[in-house]
Design a protein around this ligand. Structure first.
Ligand SMILES: *Cc1c(COP(=O)(O)O)cnc(C)c1O
Length: 390
């Protein structure tokens, strides 16, 4: 129940990459047969990745994952287009791989505006528009959030950027679509973004591979210098097997996302309806409508989220509090706090994220263990009073 942190590798994905870890080990930059065989496989993966995004294969740069893609997009654009500083707009909902990069740039003289998440965890495009200044060169707002699943108004932001650009101004739009791909349609031309990040292991591919869509004509500075790989945007020998796997994962996601989304949404609905009606003192964080089909973030009154996580873990159920990338910190999730959720409820918030390999049996098991775990923890919590008569 932690598919937003990572997903199991699809069997077909594993089979696609296996030959490139064994007999087909060529370097795509080599001119001989072995190299060209690897080159062909990387090219095919580029087509598969481009296809799910409705992009041109030439617009796809392979990276080591979502984190590197976000770093490359933001740092690479800043270095190339605004080397002397400038203004960036981002949101309170962003993943640490965007927030940390913006904070780093703030320390180097760039100015950052962080727009609010709103009580439902949906950024207001009007607020983004209102934050634009003369020196704004980048807007980076995610397509869908990883903790509450809310879908952001990226198409409106794309139109805003196009509008500003039509007045002769230079401004670019990056979106972190790592959670959105494979769950909702993501089309770079509908969104109107210049840069878009995605990752393999959130879509049943392996960890350590991802991609960045870079729209034709958009120039960014490579952040890893070396060979001429990836059209001079990312030096380093391509991780051929990983890239092949990412391509396959994109192909499967593109073909099967409707049925995968339907089945995960059904499990999520079953779980949420049960928890919100059968366990008192529970509340959904975020927006019930405008969100991905697989994430359910629930605040449990009188419960420590970490305590619930550990209790469920002992029963074989994996969930998370906050982003996997920020766990280990004892503070409640900044994203949940950004919704205006009081601190105690934010501390009691847990993310359940479903995937295409979850079954109806998993749902039954959850219905059995979650109420018991919550009840046990509440007995230990001196502050929690159950409602009278219940
Ligand atoms: C997981 C995730 C990332 C990081 O991707 P990695 O491939 O793990 O580096 C970035 N953004 C979002 C929204 C994510 O969910």
């Amino acid at each position: 129940m932690d598919n937003a942190a990572t997903t199991p590798v699809d069997e077909a994905v594993f089979e696609s990459m296996r030959p490139f870890l064994t007999e087909k080990f060529g370097n795509p930059s080599s001119i001989h047969f072995f190299g060209q065989e690897a080159r062909g496989a990387v090219d095919q993966a580029r087509h598969q990745a481009a296809s799910i995004l409705n992009a041109d294969p030439k617009e796809v740069v392979f990276t080591s994952g979502g984190t590197e893609s976000n770093n490359l997009a933001i740092k690479g654009l800043a270095a190339k287009q605004a080397p002397d500083g400038g203004h960036i707009i981002t949101s309170k909902l962003e993943h640490p791989a965007v927030i940390s990069v913006c904070e780093d740039l703030a320390g180097k003289g760039y100015e950052i505006t962080v727009v609010e998440a709103g009580p439902q965890g949906v950024v207001s495009a009007a607020e983004v528009a209102g934050a634009v200044r003369e020196d704004t060169f980048l807007i980076t707002v995610m397509t869908a959030n990883n903790e509450i699943g809310t879908i952001q108004p990226v198409k409106q932001i794309g139109r805003l950027v196009a509008d500003i650009r039509s007045k002769g101004r230079k401004i670019w739009f990056h979106t972190d679509a790592v959670q959105a791909i494979g769950k909702i349609p993501v089309d770079v031309n509908e969104i109107g973004c210049d840069l878009l990040s995605f990752s393999g292991h959130k879509i049943y591919g392996p960890k350590g591979v991802g991609g960045l869509f870079v729209r034709r004509g958009v120039r960014i500075a490579a952040q890893s210098l070396g060979g001429h790989q990836e059209r001079e945007t990312r030096g380093g020998t391509e991780a051929v097997a990983n890239i092949v796997a990412l391509g396959k994962a994109c192909e499967i996601a593109e073909e099967g996302f409707l049925s995968a989304s339907k089945s995960t949404a059904a499990i999520r609905r079953g779980f949420e309806d049960f928890v919100l009606s059968e366990i008192e003192g529970t509340k959904l964080n975020g927006c019930p409508e405008r969100r991905l089909p697989n994430i359910s973030n629930i605040a449990f009154q009188g419960v420590e989220g970490e305590g619930l996580l550990i209790n469920l873990d002992m029963q074989g159920v994996a969930v998370s509090t906050g982003s996997a990338c920020s766990s280990g910190s004892i503070d409640p999730s900044p994203v949940i706090l950004a919704l205006g959720v009081p601190e105690d409820l934010a501390r009691g918030s847990v993310r359940f994220s479903f995937g295409k390999f979850n079954s109806a049996d998993d749902l039954d098991y959850l219905k059995e263990v979650v109420p018991r775990a919550v009840e046990n923890l509440r007995k230990l919590s001196p502050g929690y009073q159950s409602a009278p008569g219940s």
